[in-house]
Ligand binder design. Structure first.
Ligand code: SAM
Length: 354
């Protein structure tokens, strides 16, 4: 038995590897085929061929933060800023509902304009009008009381990528005013409150090492999030990182497979960033262990303005076209879109053969 095959078998059986084994597996393409097959078997044993869809509503590109990698950072004065009103957000949900979406993800920069009262009102209006739908928030770091109020208003899930679990790496990606400790504390708070929680990181962000990625995986093992968002870093020319290269498709796919083997129950998106660095990137993501896609439901007029990285895909089409295009993509990859909320399956609900 080859060394790589032995490591994959160990992953299947124990859902874990030693640091040096993980690094070795991540650093070679020799076992990508075997990894992909194993990841797909595990994903199908829990989620079958279902692909869960989430309608992404990018409702504000104002941000008070200055993350060095991000195109909508406060310091990027070239960005034309926009905010969607509650009515506009509801209208996106209405359109999405008609297209079969039963989860809406409200994502934005950290924009203090949307205070707790306003966000709670938006969440409760969506829950009142679309009672069979889940609401996911992705609005950054807030105090615990704010997370609690939003949860009480009806929010079901929260996405907050930890970005990197390594203190020194975090420091190089963010300004002094931000801290890894606070980001982690937010995630623990969200979990304690009762949200389905998503964490994750970019692959190939500036200064990232393989051992940073191992630390990211260790943090995920400690947090045990329901959702794990992993996509390539993509350069944005109006950031301080304009001269760094984007992350690699191959490494991102390999990490997705390893993550699926370690977290059989996780909801793992094939991200828009993956579809941006390679044509068919999201389909490849689905074949390597991902089981969620998050098409854009934002009004077409603002899609180009929510530019976290350059050349982002799906900024020109109508939502309806996007949905049918997505159907074709998912079917072509051998999977099928599920029209329901798409909650995470817990361990007790499914049996994973190892
Ligand atoms: N403000 C919220 C937050 O901080 O979680 C949500 C919005 S933030 C723009 C969403 C995610 O975009 C981040 O967690 C980050 O991983 C990703 N992102 C930002 N810039 C990126 C880039 N240049 N390439 C790839 N992903 C990027």
């Amino acid at each position: 038995m080859t060394e790589g095959k032995a490591m994959i078998d160990k992953l299947l059986q124990t859902r874990d590897l030693r640091d040096e084994e993980l690094e070795a597996l991540l650093l070679t393409d020799a076992y990508d085929g075997e990894l992909a097959r194993s990841a797909d078997t595990v994903r199908q044993s829990v989620y079958g061929k279902d692909v869960y869809i989430r309608g992404l509503i990018e409702f504000s590109n104002y941000c008070k933060n200055d993350c060095l990698y991000c195109g909508i950072r406060q310091g990027n004065s070239a960005v034309k800023r926009y905010r969607l009103s509650c009515e506009q957000i509801l209208s996106c949900c209405g359109e999405g509902y008609g297209l079969g979406f039963r989860t809406f993800v409200l994502q934005g920069g950290e924009d203090p304009y949307y205070d707790d009262a306003m966000m709670c009102a938006i969440v409760s209006r969506i829950k009142a009008e679309f009672s069979d739908c889940a609401v996911t928030l992705s609005i950054g770091e807030r105090p615990r009381e704010s997370y609690q109020a939003l949860f009480d208003a009806g929010a079901d899930r929260y996405l907050l990528r930890h970005e990197t679990a390594d203190r020194e790496h975090y420091r190089r990606l963010h300004p002094e005013s931000m801290s890894l400790d606070n980001r982690k504390e937010c995630l623990w708070n969200l979990k304690e409150i009762g949200y389905q929680v998503g964490a994750g990181f970019m692959v190939g962000s500036p200064y990232q090492t393989i051992s940073n990625i191992v630390s990211d995986i260790r943090f995920l093992q400690a947090l045990r999030p329901d959702m794990i968002g992993i996509g390539p870093y993509i350069t944005h020319r109006q950031t301080p990182f304009r001269d760094f290269p984007s992350g690699s498709l191959e490494l991102t796919l390999r990490i997705l497979s390893v993550i699926r083997l370690m977290f059989p129950y996780a909801l793992i998106p094939a991200t828009t960033a993956l579809g941006t660095i390679a044509p068919g990137g999201r389909e490849l993501g689905l074949a390597r262990g991902a089981n969620v896609v998050m098409p854009n439901l934002s009004p077409v007029g603002v899609r180009k303005l929510y530019e976290l990285y350059q050349d982002k895909i799906c900024t020109g089409e109508e939502a309806a076209e996007c949905r049918y295009c997505l159907d074709r993509r998912v079917t072509s990859a051998g999977y099928a879109i599920a029209v329901h909320r798409g909650d995470v399956k817990r361990e007790r609900e499914a049996v994973v053969p190892v």
